[in-house]
Design a protein around this ligand. Structure first.
Ligand code: ADQ
Length: 484
Protein backbone atom coordinates (compact mmCIF):
# COMPACT_ATOMS: atom_id res chain seq x y z
CA UNK A 1 0.00 0.00 0.00
CA UNK A 2 1.30 3.47 -0.82
CA UNK A 3 0.51 6.95 0.51
CA UNK A 4 1.48 10.28 -1.03
CA UNK A 5 3.95 12.28 1.11
CA UNK A 6 2.11 15.03 2.96
CA UNK A 7 -1.26 13.69 1.72
CA UNK A 8 -4.69 14.01 3.33
CA UNK A 9 -4.10 10.85 5.34
CA UNK A 10 -2.18 12.99 7.85
CA UNK A 11 -5.48 13.43 9.72
CA UNK A 12 -5.09 10.03 11.38
CA UNK A 13 -1.69 10.88 12.85
CA UNK A 14 -2.77 12.33 16.19
CA UNK A 15 -5.00 10.39 18.59
CA UNK A 16 -8.53 11.74 18.52
CA UNK A 17 -8.72 12.42 22.26
CA UNK A 18 -5.35 14.24 22.34
CA UNK A 19 -4.29 11.99 25.21
CA UNK A 20 -1.39 10.39 23.36
CA UNK A 21 -0.54 6.89 22.13
CA UNK A 22 -0.44 3.86 24.41
CA UNK A 23 2.38 2.26 22.42
CA UNK A 24 5.15 4.35 20.91
CA UNK A 25 7.96 2.81 18.88
CA UNK A 26 11.16 4.75 18.31
CA UNK A 27 13.62 3.59 15.67
CA UNK A 28 16.19 5.39 13.56
CA UNK A 29 14.07 4.86 10.44
CA UNK A 30 10.37 5.05 9.81
CA UNK A 31 9.08 1.78 8.34
CA UNK A 32 8.53 3.44 4.92
CA UNK A 33 10.65 4.79 2.04
CA UNK A 34 9.80 7.42 -0.50
CA UNK A 35 9.27 5.97 -3.97
CA UNK A 36 7.72 6.89 -7.29
CA UNK A 37 4.34 5.24 -7.87
CA UNK A 38 3.07 3.82 -11.18
CA UNK A 39 1.33 7.19 -11.85
CA UNK A 40 4.70 8.98 -11.57
CA UNK A 41 3.78 10.61 -8.24
CA UNK A 42 5.96 10.38 -5.14
CA UNK A 43 4.57 7.98 -2.55
CA UNK A 44 5.50 6.04 0.60
CA UNK A 45 6.26 2.34 0.41
CA UNK A 46 6.93 -0.12 3.19
CA UNK A 47 10.71 -0.54 3.38
CA UNK A 48 12.74 -3.78 3.38
CA UNK A 49 15.05 -4.64 6.29
CA UNK A 50 15.15 -6.64 9.48
CA UNK A 51 13.48 -4.30 11.95
CA UNK A 52 10.63 -3.30 9.65
CA UNK A 53 9.96 -6.88 8.63
CA UNK A 54 9.77 -7.80 12.30
CA UNK A 55 7.64 -4.96 13.68
CA UNK A 56 5.14 -4.27 10.91
CA UNK A 57 2.54 -6.89 11.92
CA UNK A 58 2.63 -5.81 15.58
CA UNK A 59 2.21 -2.12 14.84
CA UNK A 60 -0.74 -2.91 12.59
CA UNK A 61 -2.47 -4.99 15.25
CA UNK A 62 -2.00 -2.41 18.05
CA UNK A 63 -2.86 1.15 17.10
CA UNK A 64 0.55 2.60 17.84
CA UNK A 65 2.73 5.49 16.81
CA UNK A 66 6.19 5.12 15.28
CA UNK A 67 8.72 7.96 15.30
CA UNK A 68 11.80 7.87 13.12
CA UNK A 69 13.74 9.51 10.31
CA UNK A 70 12.04 9.46 6.90
CA UNK A 71 15.30 8.90 5.04
CA UNK A 72 16.07 12.31 3.48
CA UNK A 73 18.18 15.07 5.00
CA UNK A 74 15.54 17.76 4.66
CA UNK A 75 12.58 19.27 6.48
CA UNK A 76 10.51 16.43 7.92
CA UNK A 77 7.06 15.91 6.39
CA UNK A 78 4.00 16.30 8.62
CA UNK A 79 2.94 13.20 10.59
CA UNK A 80 0.80 10.80 8.54
CA UNK A 81 -0.75 7.33 8.57
CA UNK A 82 0.49 4.51 6.36
CA UNK A 83 -0.77 0.93 6.34
CA UNK A 84 -2.60 1.51 9.63
CA UNK A 85 0.45 2.86 11.48
CA UNK A 86 0.76 6.47 12.70
CA UNK A 87 4.12 7.79 11.55
CA UNK A 88 5.98 10.75 13.02
CA UNK A 89 8.99 11.85 10.98
CA UNK A 90 12.01 13.12 12.94
CA UNK A 91 14.08 15.70 11.11
CA UNK A 92 17.77 15.09 10.46
CA UNK A 93 19.96 17.72 8.78
CA UNK A 94 22.80 16.86 6.39
CA UNK A 95 25.22 17.27 9.29
CA UNK A 96 23.12 14.96 11.49
CA UNK A 97 23.16 12.28 8.78
CA UNK A 98 26.95 12.58 8.47
CA UNK A 99 27.75 12.69 12.17
CA UNK A 100 24.98 10.86 14.07
CA UNK A 101 23.98 8.25 11.47
CA UNK A 102 26.95 7.51 9.24
CA UNK A 103 29.54 8.53 11.83
CA UNK A 104 28.76 7.59 15.42
CA UNK A 105 26.15 4.91 14.61
CA UNK A 106 27.65 3.20 11.57
CA UNK A 107 31.37 3.97 11.67
CA UNK A 108 31.90 3.78 15.48
CA UNK A 109 29.22 1.67 17.18
CA UNK A 110 28.34 -0.79 14.36
CA UNK A 111 31.90 -2.13 13.83
CA UNK A 112 32.73 -2.06 17.56
CA UNK A 113 29.63 -4.07 18.49
CA UNK A 114 30.44 -6.60 15.74
CA UNK A 115 33.72 -7.75 17.25
CA UNK A 116 35.55 -4.82 15.56
CA UNK A 117 35.75 -6.88 12.34
CA UNK A 118 36.43 -3.47 10.76
CA UNK A 119 38.31 -0.78 12.68
CA UNK A 120 35.87 1.52 14.55
CA UNK A 121 36.45 5.23 13.88
CA UNK A 122 36.18 7.69 16.78
CA UNK A 123 35.31 11.36 16.33
CA UNK A 124 34.15 13.75 19.10
CA UNK A 125 31.87 15.77 16.74
CA UNK A 126 29.94 12.60 15.97
CA UNK A 127 29.36 12.05 19.70
CA UNK A 128 27.85 15.52 20.12
CA UNK A 129 25.52 14.89 17.17
CA UNK A 130 24.55 11.46 18.56
CA UNK A 131 23.65 13.10 21.87
CA UNK A 132 21.58 15.83 20.27
CA UNK A 133 19.67 13.54 17.85
CA UNK A 134 18.96 11.10 20.69
CA UNK A 135 17.53 14.02 22.65
CA UNK A 136 15.29 14.93 19.68
CA UNK A 137 13.86 11.38 19.65
CA UNK A 138 13.34 11.40 23.44
CA UNK A 139 11.51 14.74 23.26
CA UNK A 140 9.25 13.42 20.45
CA UNK A 141 8.38 10.33 22.49
CA UNK A 142 7.66 12.49 25.54
CA UNK A 143 5.12 14.43 23.46
CA UNK A 144 3.52 11.40 21.78
CA UNK A 145 3.10 9.01 24.72
CA UNK A 146 -0.12 8.80 26.72
CA UNK A 147 0.18 8.78 30.53
CA UNK A 148 1.76 5.47 31.61
CA UNK A 149 2.26 4.40 27.96
CA UNK A 150 4.75 1.78 26.76
CA UNK A 151 7.63 3.19 24.76
CA UNK A 152 9.75 0.72 22.83
CA UNK A 153 13.11 2.10 21.70
CA UNK A 154 15.05 0.19 19.04
CA UNK A 155 18.66 -0.34 18.33
CA UNK A 156 22.14 1.07 18.54
CA UNK A 157 21.32 4.48 17.06
CA UNK A 158 19.22 5.43 20.10
CA UNK A 159 21.01 4.08 23.16
CA UNK A 160 20.84 7.38 25.08
CA UNK A 161 17.08 7.75 24.62
CA UNK A 162 15.84 5.62 27.57
CA UNK A 163 17.79 7.68 30.13
CA UNK A 164 16.76 10.99 28.53
CA UNK A 165 13.11 9.96 28.29
CA UNK A 166 13.06 8.72 31.89
CA UNK A 167 13.98 12.27 33.01
CA UNK A 168 11.34 13.87 30.78
CA UNK A 169 8.54 11.38 31.54
CA UNK A 170 9.07 9.29 34.70
CA UNK A 171 5.53 7.85 34.31
CA UNK A 172 6.36 5.81 31.17
CA UNK A 173 7.33 2.15 30.89
CA UNK A 174 10.41 2.21 28.70
CA UNK A 175 11.81 -0.79 26.84
CA UNK A 176 14.94 -0.98 24.70
CA UNK A 177 15.81 -3.74 22.25
CA UNK A 178 19.25 -4.10 20.68
CA UNK A 179 19.10 -5.79 17.27
CA UNK A 180 22.85 -6.23 16.98
CA UNK A 181 25.31 -7.99 19.30
CA UNK A 182 26.38 -6.35 22.57
CA UNK A 183 30.15 -6.57 22.92
CA UNK A 184 32.26 -7.91 25.78
CA UNK A 185 33.73 -5.55 28.40
CA UNK A 186 37.14 -5.32 26.68
CA UNK A 187 35.66 -4.02 23.42
CA UNK A 188 32.89 -1.84 24.85
CA UNK A 189 35.38 -0.01 27.05
CA UNK A 190 37.05 1.44 23.93
CA UNK A 191 33.99 3.67 23.47
CA UNK A 192 34.64 7.24 24.64
CA UNK A 193 30.87 7.46 25.37
CA UNK A 194 30.85 4.22 27.36
CA UNK A 195 29.49 5.62 30.65
CA UNK A 196 26.90 7.78 28.90
CA UNK A 197 25.65 4.84 26.83
CA UNK A 198 25.40 2.55 29.85
CA UNK A 199 23.50 5.23 31.79
CA UNK A 200 21.25 5.77 28.77
CA UNK A 201 20.39 2.07 28.53
CA UNK A 202 19.87 1.77 32.28
CA UNK A 203 17.12 4.40 31.98
CA UNK A 204 14.95 1.60 30.53
CA UNK A 205 12.79 -0.74 32.63
CA UNK A 206 13.64 -3.58 30.28
CA UNK A 207 16.66 -4.01 27.99
CA UNK A 208 16.38 -6.90 25.52
CA UNK A 209 19.11 -8.67 23.58
CA UNK A 210 19.19 -11.30 20.83
CA UNK A 211 21.53 -13.74 22.59
CA UNK A 212 22.25 -14.73 26.22
CA UNK A 213 25.93 -13.80 25.74
CA UNK A 214 24.92 -10.20 24.94
CA UNK A 215 22.73 -10.10 28.05
CA UNK A 216 25.63 -11.35 30.18
CA UNK A 217 28.00 -8.80 28.63
CA UNK A 218 25.56 -6.02 29.51
CA UNK A 219 25.02 -7.00 33.16
CA UNK A 220 28.78 -7.44 33.63
CA UNK A 221 29.43 -4.01 32.16
CA UNK A 222 26.86 -2.36 34.42
CA UNK A 223 28.78 -3.75 37.40
CA UNK A 224 32.24 -3.09 35.94
CA UNK A 225 31.69 0.48 34.73
CA UNK A 226 29.06 1.86 37.09
CA UNK A 227 29.35 -0.40 40.13
CA UNK A 228 25.69 -1.49 39.70
CA UNK A 229 24.38 -4.52 41.61
CA UNK A 230 22.82 -7.30 39.60
CA UNK A 231 21.15 -10.61 40.31
CA UNK A 232 19.65 -12.82 37.64
CA UNK A 233 19.47 -10.01 35.07
CA UNK A 234 17.92 -7.47 37.46
CA UNK A 235 20.28 -4.48 37.71
CA UNK A 236 19.98 -1.81 40.40
CA UNK A 237 21.58 1.51 39.69
CA UNK A 238 21.06 5.02 41.12
CA UNK A 239 17.65 4.15 42.60
CA UNK A 240 16.31 2.55 39.41
CA UNK A 241 15.81 -1.09 38.45
CA UNK A 242 16.46 -2.40 34.95
CA UNK A 243 15.85 -5.96 33.82
CA UNK A 244 18.18 -7.34 31.14
CA UNK A 245 16.85 -10.37 29.28
CA UNK A 246 17.18 -12.33 26.03
CA UNK A 247 14.46 -12.14 23.35
CA UNK A 248 15.64 -13.75 20.10
CA UNK A 249 13.83 -11.95 17.27
CA UNK A 250 12.00 -13.95 14.64
CA UNK A 251 10.01 -13.58 11.42
CA UNK A 252 6.40 -13.68 10.25
CA UNK A 253 6.48 -17.47 9.82
CA UNK A 254 2.85 -17.82 8.65
CA UNK A 255 3.34 -15.04 6.08
CA UNK A 256 6.50 -16.68 4.81
CA UNK A 257 4.73 -20.06 4.52
CA UNK A 258 1.90 -18.42 2.61
CA UNK A 259 4.39 -16.99 0.15
CA UNK A 260 5.96 -20.43 -0.20
CA UNK A 261 2.56 -21.89 -1.10
CA UNK A 262 1.68 -19.15 -3.62
CA UNK A 263 1.49 -20.70 -7.11
CA UNK A 264 3.14 -17.61 -8.66
CA UNK A 265 6.07 -17.86 -6.26
CA UNK A 266 6.44 -21.60 -6.93
CA UNK A 267 6.29 -21.05 -10.68
CA UNK A 268 8.90 -18.29 -10.36
CA UNK A 269 11.17 -20.66 -8.40
CA UNK A 270 10.99 -23.16 -11.27
CA UNK A 271 11.67 -20.38 -13.76
CA UNK A 272 14.74 -19.21 -11.79
CA UNK A 273 16.19 -22.72 -11.91
CA UNK A 274 15.52 -22.99 -15.64
CA UNK A 275 17.07 -19.57 -16.28
CA UNK A 276 20.17 -20.73 -14.40
CA UNK A 277 20.42 -23.83 -16.64
CA UNK A 278 18.80 -26.34 -14.23
CA UNK A 279 21.91 -26.81 -12.08
CA UNK A 280 22.27 -29.86 -9.83
CA UNK A 281 23.17 -27.52 -6.96
CA UNK A 282 22.07 -23.93 -6.53
CA UNK A 283 23.88 -22.16 -3.66
CA UNK A 284 22.26 -18.93 -2.48
CA UNK A 285 23.47 -15.97 -0.40
CA UNK A 286 21.14 -13.08 0.52
CA UNK A 287 22.53 -10.20 2.58
CA UNK A 288 22.83 -6.49 2.95
CA UNK A 289 26.22 -5.70 1.44
CA UNK A 290 27.93 -5.40 4.83
CA UNK A 291 31.40 -6.46 6.01
CA UNK A 292 29.87 -8.34 8.94
CA UNK A 293 28.02 -10.77 6.67
CA UNK A 294 31.05 -12.85 5.58
CA UNK A 295 30.22 -12.56 1.87
CA UNK A 296 33.88 -12.62 0.87
CA UNK A 297 34.55 -15.70 3.01
CA UNK A 298 31.66 -17.53 1.35
CA UNK A 299 32.79 -16.59 -2.16
CA UNK A 300 36.35 -17.64 -1.39
CA UNK A 301 35.19 -21.03 -0.09
CA UNK A 302 32.94 -21.57 -3.10
CA UNK A 303 35.74 -20.58 -5.51
CA UNK A 304 38.14 -23.04 -3.87
CA UNK A 305 35.56 -25.84 -4.01
CA UNK A 306 35.29 -25.28 -7.77
CA UNK A 307 39.08 -25.08 -8.12
CA UNK A 308 39.57 -28.28 -6.06
CA UNK A 309 37.00 -30.10 -8.20
CA UNK A 310 34.81 -30.81 -5.16
CA UNK A 311 31.99 -28.87 -6.86
CA UNK A 312 31.59 -29.13 -10.62
CA UNK A 313 31.20 -25.74 -12.33
CA UNK A 314 29.14 -27.46 -15.05
CA UNK A 315 26.30 -28.25 -12.65
CA UNK A 316 26.72 -25.82 -9.73
CA UNK A 317 25.61 -22.19 -9.62
CA UNK A 318 25.84 -19.62 -6.87
CA UNK A 319 23.47 -16.65 -6.66
CA UNK A 320 24.62 -13.87 -4.34
CA UNK A 321 22.03 -11.18 -3.69
CA UNK A 322 23.63 -8.17 -2.00
CA UNK A 323 21.29 -5.31 -1.11
CA UNK A 324 23.04 -1.93 -1.47
CA UNK A 325 23.77 -0.57 2.00
CA UNK A 326 25.49 2.49 3.59
CA UNK A 327 27.06 3.28 0.24
CA UNK A 328 28.57 6.62 1.27
CA UNK A 329 30.88 5.02 3.85
CA UNK A 330 34.44 4.21 2.71
CA UNK A 331 34.44 0.79 4.36
CA UNK A 332 31.33 -0.20 2.41
CA UNK A 333 32.67 1.08 -0.90
CA UNK A 334 35.88 -0.87 -0.32
CA UNK A 335 33.88 -4.01 0.53
CA UNK A 336 31.82 -3.67 -2.64
CA UNK A 337 34.98 -3.44 -4.73
CA UNK A 338 36.49 -6.51 -3.03
CA UNK A 339 33.31 -8.57 -3.44
CA UNK A 340 32.93 -7.61 -7.09
CA UNK A 341 36.59 -8.44 -7.75
CA UNK A 342 36.17 -11.86 -6.14
CA UNK A 343 33.02 -12.59 -8.15
CA UNK A 344 34.87 -11.68 -11.37
CA UNK A 345 37.81 -13.80 -10.32
CA UNK A 346 35.67 -16.90 -9.71
CA UNK A 347 33.71 -16.38 -12.93
CA UNK A 348 36.85 -15.59 -14.93
CA UNK A 349 38.41 -18.83 -13.82
CA UNK A 350 35.47 -21.27 -13.88
CA UNK A 351 32.60 -19.90 -16.01
CA UNK A 352 31.89 -20.86 -19.63
CA UNK A 353 30.19 -19.06 -22.49
CA UNK A 354 26.58 -18.49 -21.40
CA UNK A 355 27.30 -20.23 -18.05
CA UNK A 356 28.24 -18.12 -15.03
CA UNK A 357 29.40 -19.70 -11.77
CA UNK A 358 28.34 -16.75 -9.61
CA UNK A 359 25.37 -14.50 -10.35
CA UNK A 360 25.92 -11.34 -8.32
CA UNK A 361 22.82 -9.15 -7.90
CA UNK A 362 23.46 -5.81 -6.21
CA UNK A 363 19.75 -5.01 -5.88
CA UNK A 364 16.79 -5.00 -3.56
CA UNK A 365 13.96 -7.49 -4.21
CA UNK A 366 10.38 -7.82 -3.05
CA UNK A 367 9.45 -10.58 -0.62
CA UNK A 368 7.86 -12.78 -3.30
CA UNK A 369 11.03 -12.79 -5.43
CA UNK A 370 13.17 -13.53 -2.35
CA UNK A 371 10.82 -16.39 -1.41
CA UNK A 372 11.13 -17.78 -4.95
CA UNK A 373 14.92 -17.66 -4.60
CA UNK A 374 14.70 -19.46 -1.23
CA UNK A 375 12.49 -22.13 -2.83
CA UNK A 376 14.86 -22.53 -5.76
CA UNK A 377 18.03 -22.86 -3.64
CA UNK A 378 19.45 -26.25 -2.64
CA UNK A 379 21.99 -24.72 -0.26
CA UNK A 380 21.52 -21.47 1.66
CA UNK A 381 24.85 -19.99 2.78
CA UNK A 382 24.57 -17.65 5.79
CA UNK A 383 28.11 -16.99 6.95
CA UNK A 384 28.33 -13.76 8.99
CA UNK A 385 31.43 -13.03 11.05
CA UNK A 386 29.08 -11.64 13.70
CA UNK A 387 25.33 -11.04 13.45
CA UNK A 388 22.73 -10.16 16.08
CA UNK A 389 20.28 -12.74 14.72
CA UNK A 390 20.08 -13.04 10.88
CA UNK A 391 16.53 -13.19 9.63
CA UNK A 392 17.54 -14.56 6.22
CA UNK A 393 18.41 -17.93 7.81
CA UNK A 394 14.97 -18.07 9.44
CA UNK A 395 13.22 -16.99 6.24
CA UNK A 396 14.90 -19.80 4.31
CA UNK A 397 13.86 -22.45 6.85
CA UNK A 398 10.28 -21.14 7.01
CA UNK A 399 10.00 -21.15 3.20
CA UNK A 400 11.08 -24.80 2.82
CA UNK A 401 7.65 -26.21 3.62
CA UNK A 402 8.48 -29.67 2.21
CA UNK A 403 11.43 -29.99 4.60
CA UNK A 404 14.11 -30.05 1.91
CA UNK A 405 16.98 -27.61 1.53
CA UNK A 406 20.27 -27.27 3.37
CA UNK A 407 21.23 -24.37 5.60
CA UNK A 408 24.92 -23.59 6.19
CA UNK A 409 24.99 -21.22 9.15
CA UNK A 410 27.79 -19.36 10.89
CA UNK A 411 28.12 -20.07 14.58
CA UNK A 412 28.54 -16.29 15.03
CA UNK A 413 24.97 -15.52 13.95
CA UNK A 414 22.48 -15.25 16.82
CA UNK A 415 20.27 -17.62 14.80
CA UNK A 416 22.75 -20.46 15.40
CA UNK A 417 21.56 -20.70 19.03
CA UNK A 418 18.13 -21.76 17.74
CA UNK A 419 18.77 -23.36 14.33
CA UNK A 420 21.20 -25.88 15.75
CA UNK A 421 20.49 -28.60 13.17
CA UNK A 422 21.99 -26.47 10.38
CA UNK A 423 25.52 -27.17 9.10
CA UNK A 424 27.04 -24.77 11.64
CA UNK A 425 30.47 -23.44 10.82
CA UNK A 426 33.20 -20.97 11.78
CA UNK A 427 33.46 -18.82 8.64
CA UNK A 428 37.04 -17.80 9.51
CA UNK A 429 38.04 -21.45 9.03
CA UNK A 430 38.11 -21.70 5.25
CA UNK A 431 38.54 -25.48 5.20
CA UNK A 432 35.63 -25.95 7.60
CA UNK A 433 33.49 -23.62 5.50
CA UNK A 434 34.37 -25.54 2.35
CA UNK A 435 33.53 -28.85 4.07
CA UNK A 436 30.18 -27.53 5.30
CA UNK A 437 29.20 -26.22 1.85
CA UNK A 438 30.31 -29.46 0.16
CA UNK A 439 28.47 -31.65 2.69
CA UNK A 440 25.33 -29.54 2.45
CA UNK A 441 25.48 -29.75 -1.36
CA UNK A 442 25.86 -33.53 -1.21
CA UNK A 443 23.12 -34.18 1.37
CA UNK A 444 20.18 -36.32 0.21
CA UNK A 445 16.54 -35.46 0.86
CA UNK A 446 16.38 -37.68 4.01
CA UNK A 447 19.35 -35.94 5.60
CA UNK A 448 17.95 -32.53 4.64
CA UNK A 449 14.56 -33.36 6.21
CA UNK A 450 16.16 -34.82 9.36
CA UNK A 451 17.80 -31.45 9.93
CA UNK A 452 15.11 -29.15 8.57
CA UNK A 453 12.06 -30.55 10.41
CA UNK A 454 13.15 -29.66 13.97
CA UNK A 455 14.17 -26.18 12.85
CA UNK A 456 10.81 -25.67 11.18
CA UNK A 457 9.06 -26.97 14.30
CA UNK A 458 11.01 -24.50 16.45
CA UNK A 459 10.24 -21.55 14.16
CA UNK A 460 6.50 -22.26 14.04
CA UNK A 461 6.47 -21.86 17.82
CA UNK A 462 8.81 -18.87 17.90
CA UNK A 463 7.58 -16.36 15.37
CA UNK A 464 7.78 -12.57 15.45
CA UNK A 465 4.47 -12.22 17.25
CA UNK A 466 5.71 -14.36 20.08
CA UNK A 467 8.90 -12.27 20.22
CA UNK A 468 6.98 -9.00 20.44
CA UNK A 469 4.42 -10.35 22.92
CA UNK A 470 7.19 -11.70 25.13
CA UNK A 471 8.98 -8.35 25.16
CA UNK A 472 5.89 -6.18 25.57
CA UNK A 473 4.41 -8.60 28.13
CA UNK A 474 7.51 -8.35 30.29
CA UNK A 475 7.67 -4.57 29.81
CA UNK A 476 4.09 -4.32 31.07
CA UNK A 477 5.09 -5.93 34.38
CA UNK A 478 6.18 -3.39 37.01
CA UNK A 479 9.84 -4.47 37.41
CA UNK A 480 10.85 -1.08 38.87
CA UNK A 481 8.84 -1.87 41.97
CA UNK A 482 10.21 -5.40 42.23
CA UNK A 483 11.50 -6.36 45.68
CA UNK A 484 15.23 -6.62 46.25
P1 ADQ B 1 20.19 -6.89 9.04
O1 ADQ B 1 21.64 -6.72 9.31
O2 ADQ B 1 19.61 -6.02 7.99
O3 ADQ B 1 19.33 -6.74 10.38
P2 ADQ B 1 18.92 -9.59 8.60
O4 ADQ B 1 18.51 -10.07 9.93
O5 ADQ B 1 19.45 -10.68 7.74
O6 ADQ B 1 20.04 -8.46 8.63
O7 ADQ B 1 17.68 -8.94 7.91
C1 ADQ B 1 17.70 -8.60 6.55
C2 ADQ B 1 16.27 -8.49 6.03
O8 ADQ B 1 16.34 -7.83 4.77
C3 ADQ B 1 15.63 -9.85 5.81
O9 ADQ B 1 14.29 -9.80 6.19
C4 ADQ B 1 15.75 -10.05 4.30
O10 ADQ B 1 14.69 -10.78 3.71
C5 ADQ B 1 15.75 -8.64 3.77
N1 ADQ B 1 16.55 -8.61 2.55
C6 ADQ B 1 17.75 -9.16 2.37
N2 ADQ B 1 18.16 -9.01 1.11
C7 ADQ B 1 17.20 -8.35 0.47
C8 ADQ B 1 17.03 -7.87 -0.88
N3 ADQ B 1 17.94 -8.04 -1.84
N4 ADQ B 1 15.90 -7.21 -1.16
C9 ADQ B 1 14.98 -7.01 -0.21
N5 ADQ B 1 15.09 -7.43 1.05
C10 ADQ B 1 16.18 -8.08 1.40
C11 ADQ B 1 19.62 -6.35 11.73
C12 ADQ B 1 20.69 -7.19 12.45
C13 ADQ B 1 20.33 -8.65 12.37
C14 ADQ B 1 18.94 -8.89 12.96
C15 ADQ B 1 17.94 -7.93 12.35
C16 ADQ B 1 16.60 -8.00 13.09
O11 ADQ B 1 21.98 -6.95 11.87
O12 ADQ B 1 21.29 -9.45 13.08
O13 ADQ B 1 18.54 -10.21 12.67
O14 ADQ B 1 18.38 -6.58 12.43
O15 ADQ B 1 16.77 -7.83 14.45
Amino acid sequence: MTTEPGSASTSGAEPADGRGYDLVVLANRLPVDQATGPDGKRCWQRSPGGLVTALHPIMQSRAGAWAGWHGQPETAPAPFTHDGIHLHPIELSDDDVDAYYEGQSNATIWPLYHDAVEQPVFDRRWRQAYHSVNHRFAAAAARLAAPGALVWVHDYHLQLVPGMLRKLRPDLRIGFFLHIPFPPVELFCQLPMRDEIMRGLLGADLVGFQHPQATRNFTRLAAHLLGANHTGGVIKHEGGVTTAATFPISIDVAGQQQLAADPHVRARAGEIRRELGNPRTLVLGVDRLDYTKGIEHRLAAYGELLADGRLDPADTVMVQVAVPSRQRLDQYQALRERVERTVSHVNGRHAGIGRLCVHYLHQSYDRAELAALYLAADVMAVTPLRDGMNLVAKEYVATRTDGTGALVLSEFAGAAAELSQAWTVNPHNLEALKDALAEAAAAGADEQRRRMQPMRFHLRRHDVNRWASAFLGQLDRPARQMPA
